[in-house]
Structure formats: structure tokens, C-alpha cells
Design a protein around this ligand. Structure first.
Ligand code: KG4
Ligand code: ZN
Length: 356
């Protein structure tokens, strides 16, 4: 059998506050990592910083202003024109609907104009498949998806085949980082700011709760932790720099402990389902997966359980176009594209395990 032909796909991501486009070339059956020919990301930090969080209307407007230039740059960096592409993939949800509309409609226009296949991509599937963009990672694998809007343990069995083992029953992990940062006046985006300040803090200064861990299962809960942080902070204006750093470190430690405990149980559960010759793979994805402490703690869990720990580089954990291009490419390679892709409607909500 001849080797499959490498496919070249443009990916467009606009579901939150990153306007992103990237071009990826490869094929899931080639047995070698895909090439990221370009990866352009325009962040909207200045737009949202005064509000301490993403303002959907401002985000949509910024996507409109930046997207054309970001796509042009992605093509130029790759040295390609639209005619050289096999397909154009775009996030079609879930996310802030204004931004999703901007990205998907732009992609539809380009696809129609250039006579290319349009591939609507589930943003969460983009995160879930990133591990396969960077190297070999055969199905099935256990995924911890931790982003600003979602937090879940997922068994990824194939493209379009994800099974949720457990998920947050209240706040997403990234959201809890963002809220902690906002409360402490650390600015936006919150995750990296909390991680930075935590470096100089004492993780044992505050005994923050680990909600839900007294119960079986793989669900997560972060809301109680947020409340505890608020009580600990008291009058924020009176907090010393040292106290702020200690709160960040203790908060991060609580999150790490929660995820470590749940990941350990989820891996045991998953290991009992897969044939030993399959190998045990644990993948972490989503913006929070760029946190160094969490990566180290999850790596330690995997070492104890004999699992292979796969964490994409930080730049591919936070939102980007390459993960959307790759998820589109995986679908193109399998012919798993809706027949009416050009009339696919943007979705604010779109669960990973659609069948469920
Ligand atoms: O995946 P992502 O870029 O966007 C969503 O799909 O939500 O994730 C963004 C989230 C934000 O909540 C951000 O604060 C968090 O990821 N994040 C981090 C770090 N970098 C980004 N959280 C903790 N530590 C970090 N270093
Ligand atoms: Zn995301």
C-alpha cells in the first residue's frame, strides 16, 4: 500500500479572545509528526484588560478587525496561497458566539471563493487531538482537558469518539485561576499571573479545601475553593505582596492536589479498560495545561501508574489555529466531514461527546 498523501489545511480559531490562524501539513497515517508551516496568534489583552476578563462584544469586534491580516500572515509565513490548501478548517463552536460567527463565516467565504473544502471543527476536539499533532499518540488515550470554559476527564477513542468520565460540576479550572487573579487584582489573563506570583509564595500558608474528593467518581468542583480564596483574602486592599503570593501558591497547590487525585483514579479506571499491549497514555490539554506545577504533578502521577505522559508545548495548549487545522486534517483524512459543511451553523454550545 502506498503511503498516504500529506494534506495541507488552514485552521482558523476565534472562539474566545485569541484571533488565530495556522497552516498544518501532514497525515495521521504517515507515522511522523505533522509540520506546522505557520502559527499566527493575535491576542486581545489590551482590549479586555481594563475589565479583568473577556468582554464578548469587544472580542467579536477585535476578531473582525484582525482576522483578515492574521490569515494573510499565516499564508505568507507558510509561503502558500489559498490554492495550495486541501481544506479550510474553522472553529464552529463551542465558544463566544460573536467570535465563532466571525471565524466560521470568514472560513466559509474563503472556502467558497477558492473552491476548497470547509471543515467545521469543535474547539474541544481541537484541544483533544493536539497530542496527535505533535507526535505519535494512538487511540485510545485518557485526556484531561483543562481550559477557561471546560474541565473534564475524557477517554478519546477516535476522531469524533470521545467519552466523558467526569467533569466540573461548577467552575472550570481556568476560570478559577482567572477569578483568583481578578480578586487579587493581578490583571488579565489570570492563569499565567497566578502561576508567576505563586513562585514566590508558600503553598502551605493556607489550607484551602479540596472539594468533592471525599466522593467517588471523576467529577471536579472548584467553586468552594474560590469562596475559600475570597475569605482568605479578606480586605484585598490591605493584603501584603507576601500574602498575595501565599494565596496564589496555596490556591495552585489545592488545584494541583485535586487534579492529581482525580487523575490517579481516572488512570486506574482507564487502565482496566484497555488491553495492556495498547500502552497507557495520559494527555493533558487546554490553556491550564501550560501550568508548570500541574504538568510536574501529572507527570508524577503517570510515573507512578506506568503511563506515558503527553503534554503539548505551552504554545499549543492555549488557543491556537494549529490545533484547529490538525483536527480538520484528521477529519479530512477520514472523510468525516458533514456533507452540508457550508451551511453548518455556529454553535455556542457543542459537547465533546455528542452521542451522549
Ligand atoms: O484553552 P484556552 O486558551 O481557552 C479556552 O478554550 O478556554 O484556556 C484559557 C484558560 C484561561 O482561563 C487561562 O487563565 C488559563 O487557561 N491558563 C492558565 C495558564 N495559562 C493559561 N492557567 C494556569 N496556569 C497557566 N500558566
Ligand atoms: Zn480552548
Amino acid at each position: 500500500m502506498s503511503a498516504p498523501k500529506a494534506l495541507t489545511v488552514l485552521g482558523i480559531e476565534t472562539s474566545c479572545d485569541e484571533t488565530a490562524a495556522a497552516i498544518v501539513r501532514g497525515h495521521p497515517d504517515l507515522g511522523e509528526p505533522a509540520a506546522i508551516l505557520s502559527n499566527v496568534i493575535a491576542q486581545q489583552i489590551e482590549e479586555h484588560a481594563p475589565f479583568g476578563g473577556v468582554v464578548p462584544e469587544l472580542a467579536a469586534r477585535a476578531h473582525i478587525s484582525h482576522l483578515d491580516a492574521v490569515i494573510a500572515r499565516a499564508l505568507a509565513d507558510a509561503g502558500l496561497a489559498l490554492k495550495d490548501l486541501d481544506a479550510i478548517a474553522a472553529t464552529a463552536g463551542p465558544g463566544l458566539i460573536g467570535g465563532v460567527i466571525v471565524g466560521l463565516m470568514t472560513a466559509k467565504g474563503l472556502a467558497l471563493g477558492a473552491g476548497k473544502q470547509l471543515i467545521p471543527v469543535n474547539h474541544l476536539e481541537g484541544h483533544a487531538l493536539t497530542a496527535r499533532l505533535i507526535g505519535p499518540c494512538p487511540f485510545p488515550y485518557l485526556l484531561l482537558l483543562v481550559s477557561g470554559g471546560h474541565s473534564a476527564f475524557v477517554v478519546v477513542e477516535g476522531v469524533g469518539r470521545c467519552r466523558i468520565l467526569g467533569e466540573t460540576i461548577d467552575d472550570a479550572v481556568g476560570e478559577s485561576f482567572d477569578k483568583t487573579a481578578k480578586l487579587l487584582g493581578l490583571g488579565f489573563p489570570g492563569g499565567p499571573a497566578v502561576e508567576e506570583l505563586a513562585r514566590s509564595g508558600n503553598p502551605r500558608a493556607y489550607a484551602f479545601p479540596r472539594p468533592l474528593l471525599d466522593r467517588d467518581g471523576f467529577d471536579l468542583s472548584l467553586a468552594g475553593l474560590k469562596t475559600a480564596v475570597r475569605y482568605a483574602a479578606g480586605d484585598v486592599l490591605l493584603l501584603t505582596d507576601e500574602a498575595r503570593a501565599n494565596i496564589c501558591a496555596s490556591f495552585q497547590e489545592a488545584v494541583a492536589a485535586i487534579l492529581e487525585t482525580r487523575a490517579s483514579a481516572a488512570l486506574e479506571h482507564f487502565a482496566a479498560q484497555v488491553a495492556p499491549e495498547n500502552g497507557l497514555r495520559f494527555v493533558v490539554a487546554g490553556g491550564v495545561a501550560s501550568n508548570s506545577l500541574l504538568r510536574a504533578r501529572l507527570q508524577a502521577v503517570c510515573n507512578r501508574k506506568g503511563a506515558n505522559f503527553i503534554a503539548p508545548p505551552a504554545k499549543l495548549c492555549t488557543d491556537n489555529g494549529a490545533m484547529i487545522a490538525w483536527a480538520g486534517l484528521e477529519r479530512l483524512a477520514r472523510g468525516a466531514i458533514p456533507p452540508d459543511a457550508l451551511s453548518f451553523a455556529p454553535r455556542a454550545r457543542w459537547p465533546l461527546d455528542e452521542a451522549a
